[in-house]
Design a protein around this ligand. Sequence first.
Ligand SMILES: Cc1cc2nc3c(=O)[nH]c(=O)nc-3n(C[C@H](O)[C@H](O)[C@H](O)COP(=O)(O)OP(=O)(O)OC[C@H]3O[C@@H](n4cnc5c(N)ncnc54)[C@H](O)[C@@H]3O)c2cc1C
Ligand SMILES: Cc1cc2nc3c(=O)[nH]c(=O)nc-3n(C[C@H](O)[C@H](O)[C@H](O)COP(=O)(O)O)c2cc1C
Length: 784
Amino acid sequence: MKIAIIGGGPAGLYFAILMKKQDPAREITVYERNRPDDTFGFGVVFSDATLDGFERYDEPSYRRITQEFAYWDDIAIHFKGDVHRIGGNGFCGCSRRTLLLILQDRARELGVELVFEAEVDDESRFADADLIIAADGINSRIREKFAEHFAPQVDLRPNKFAWMGSTKPLDAFTFIFQETQWGPFIAHAYQYEKNRSTWVFETDPDTYDRAGLASMTEEESAALMKRVFAEHLDGHEVITNRSLWRNFPMIRNTRWVKDNIVLLGDAKSTAHFSIGSGTKLAMEDAIALYESVRRQPRDVPAALAAFETVRREETEKTQHAADVSLVWFEHVARFWDFDPVKFAFGLMTRAKAITYDNLRLRAPEFVAEVDRLFAREVCEAGFAVDVENPHVPMFQPFRLRDMVVANRAVMSPMCMYSATDGVPNDFHLVHYGSRAIGGPGLMFTEMVVVSPEARITPGCAGIWTDEQEAQWARIVSFVRANSETKICLQLGHAGRKGATKLMWEGMDRPLSEGGWEVCSASPLPYFPDSAVPREIDRAGMDKVKADFVAAVERAERVGFDMVELHCAHGYLLASFLSPLTNRRTDEYGGSIENRLRFPLEVFEAMRAAWPAHKPMSVRISATDWAEGGLSPDDSVAISRAFAQAGVDLIDVSTGQTVRESRPVFGRMFQTPFSDRIRNEARVATMCVGNITTADQINTILAAGRADLVALGRPHLVDPSFVMKASAWYGVKQHCPPQYQPGQDQIFRNSVRDRADLEDLKIRGKPKTRAELKAEAAGVKQAAE
Ligand SMILES: Cc1cc2nc3c(=O)[nH]c(=O)nc-3n(C[C@H](O)[C@H](O)[C@H](O)COP(=O)(O)OP(=O)(O)OC[C@H]3O[C@@H](n4cnc5c(N)ncnc54)[C@H](O)[C@@H]3O)c2cc1C
Ligand SMILES: Cc1cc2nc3c(=O)[nH]c(=O)nc-3n(C[C@H](O)[C@H](O)[C@H](O)COP(=O)(O)O)c2cc1C
């Protein structure tokens, strides 16, 4: 087998090594445009897990690499004069130049031919090769030449960064956040060999301009960074090596393979430096490609297809984590007024992999500080809570106007499609009653509609008749008598999504018979075969507004604690907000101010009819997940406008506006929208969406991403979700006397179960290389 590799970076060299080692008969040549020791960059960083892979795949190069490594266990976060260190991370760094020299030596030793100062302009010279590897880096010429085929997407991120070095020793992976007269600068720094550390400097484009970096030479910009980070550099130099300020390109390719050519490393996909080096991704790519070829050495097309299938998911996962992480750094100004403890917690948990419970095991003192800070803030809000030995964030109280909730967990609104003529029945009593006993601080009703024509389906519950009102009163009085859960009535109007089938008979599909006329901001059907809605006119708007006000008056008579106006998911009021569903040319269409006009009008009328001491929330879809839909800026503007009109809480959901939407699902996938609204519009928020554990709830709250956390589906299968979590964290919550023995038992068992689990996790965790090295040094010292 003959293999031509374009590019002698980590990806190309490591692939060459693995392939040649497995079958020395292979003819492998690496073509590199630079000289052997000609390299940019400073250190590269690998996690312990990545090193485990290297050890398995090529022990000799692993051994040489690790001899050269600097190890550390801690992440240190410097912000506003505070430093927080979090252990148990297991990283190591080495010089990129050393790494490349080790890989070159190893490749030569195995018989790989290395051709330096060989610029490859045209891959057709490798016509006799069985396999051509395009490992030609971030600006890959091969990728660009066949751009139509590979269909690359290059997302040039707004922040500016420059890779520099220093002689300053560091004993942790170090993040420094530095305020300057121009704006914030960030340093991501780590040591990679004795007296050498990498310093990646990052800043937003406005700060970059204000600081005049655009017109500075490399040396001038290094001198500026030396001044900005003087306090942390202790007089050490900032060193440059082609250290130009750039925008990070997030690169993805639709296809990775063309005939016998395959993209590898940075040419194929990049990952932001804030989650570890691109070198790791490049070398892991090489391992994955090697594995695919090893399995099918005689069938190159099949091997390449397998590589693309098997490796894509892992790459996308890494890139998604990198995306979330880089966005955190791009919006760091949003968190600048956070207490340093909360700031550090937010940084550690930004990419989802690290959570509250996980940190509690690794850095118990740090998490205890996070808890104390959270409790102090609750205290400042007027609650007499224990600040020294505080409850976890989930079980801290919260106030909206005069309504106090005992904990931050909420049951999200969920239509049950089980009413007849809008009248709730025994199903609803049992459903809401049992979930209230389960102990969420707050429970939302399903979307309850304000008139017969406002129903989504024939099974929707309503509140436009006395009979409906009486049935809701029965439910609310049961909840009141048997729990401390507060209950919020969600009021809505289906708009163009009305007259549809029950969820289990065809979600959003039009009724085959027995439908009714539907209306919307504009006459656009949801599905092509849905009814075309009537464009609502002023008289129609007045009727809708009056219906909402009448429903609020009934809600007060029933005794609800709170009311929510449903302006999400493409229903009537949401259809005004989104440009995809609002094509009006009158004063209710066009600009965001115009699109907000009717929803705000309805809200203000409801607010005027609802007692001043009781809170109100609005549910919005913070993005439509569709081209041309609501932008994140729009959702901040919408939230601000509602907050000014008297909304106490924004319930942040997303999507369901148009059927073409393409949501990016994942754990806690809507939480970033809540984070943005809470910390930019400065209004209390509730987040929701694929949040399934108490650990996630604590993570979200402690990082300041929401004030309340709602769970929908988890409550459908487990009415006692909150009671169980309270036992897990040892926080006694209200329990009706009939159920007391159950609560006593779970509290007793949880103490033991939790201790067992933590013990298992601690014992099951392999020692990091830094710990092993420290242990070995200790043993050696003892022997001496
Ligand atoms: C300025 C800069 C500094 C960086 N510093 C660091 C750092 O300190 N630490 C770190 O971990 N990561 C760093 N990175 C990222 C890291 O270099 C990459 O993620 C990683 O090296 C990817 O490996 P690769 O083999 O895919 O590509 P590369 O390492 O980029 O290797 C590609 C190779 O192909 C060669 N090449 C390109 N085109 C041709 C051609 N037509 N003919 C012949 N040869 C060609 C290039 O000279 C290069 O050696 C840096 C990136 C940049 C842009
Ligand atoms: C069966 C069901 C019915 C729902 N009905 C409503 C509703 O009436 N009003 C509303 O705003 N959201 C409704 N939702 C959305 C949920 O409130 C919640 O936002 C969504 O399920 C995501 O949260 P989860 O991942 O915790 O389930 C419904 C969800 C489900 C599963």
